[in-house]
Write a protein that binds this ligand. Sequence first.
Ligand SMILES: NC(=O)c1ccc[n+]([C@@H]2O[C@H](COP(=O)([O-])OP(=O)(O)OC[C@H]3O[C@@H](n4cnc5c(N)ncnc54)[C@H](OP(=O)(O)O)[C@@H]3O)[C@@H](O)[C@H]2O)c1
Length: 238
Amino acid sequence: MTQRIAVITGGSRGIGLAAAHELGRKGFSLVIVGQHEPRVDQAVSELVSFGVEAVPIVVDVADSEVVMRELGEHPLAQDAEVLVTCAGVMSEKMAKTLRTSAAEWDRVMGVNLNGTFNAISAIAPAMVQRRSGRIITVSACLGRFSGPGLAGGLAPYRISKAGVNALTKNLAAELGSGTRGILVDAMCPNHTRTDMGGPDAPRSPQESADTIVWLATREHTADIVTGVLWEDRQIVPW
Ligand SMILES: NC(=O)c1ccc[n+]([C@@H]2O[C@H](COP(=O)([O-])OP(=O)(O)OC[C@H]3O[C@@H](n4cnc5c(N)ncnc54)[C@H](OP(=O)(O)O)[C@@H]3O)[C@@H](O)[C@H]2O)c1
């Protein structure tokens, strides 16, 4: 049986770690990417203790050179069937556009949008060559042009996630909208109990990871829909 590999940025905590556990239970070997070595190592030990094969990669996803080196030259990562870009940071609570410093803008864009681009740039070319792969970008409802999105405030966060949505839709089109073996989709986890979401959020990380795992493992049929935004396994408007 061939080894199935998933790379998960932001896999050391929260929603990414919950997705890692579930993909591990389904037989995937995992490459866990995070920024802080102790947390990444702890997540990997936890997964290994459950019998999951997992390796750590410690990088700042905002650093394109380092990401390209660490992920782009890692044999396991290069064989990945699934890439989940889950690494993300929230912006300062008062970060309305005109109250956002250039440093805060760059920090949030660097991780959320550039980090997504960097991870995809390092992993997707091998998928394209094999004509097989799935890319799942973890976005946010706050980045939608409809519904609860782009209603003001948290400007760098909302706009970075709107950018993630645009990147996802554009890339899916460039890769033939599923016709060339690659599925590219964005998903909104909704307000979730993690370090980012806080202890009072209504959803568990496991509930939020469900759509990620479903996108990573759904059957690739001829009429499959990809290049869209998902929430609870349903398509929602961008
Ligand atoms: N929680 C929510 O309510 C919610 C709602 C909508 C969307 N989301 C999105 O869901 C994703 C996961 O959120 P979460 O709530 O699980 O967040 P979290 O618990 O705060 O975890 C964030 C993850 O991102 C990693 N990370 C942050 N900055 C990084 C960097 N520069 N380089 C590499 N890794 C980095 C962290 O790694 P370390 O452990 O090494 O720091 C950690 O694994 C994010 O993209 C977030 O925007 C969350």
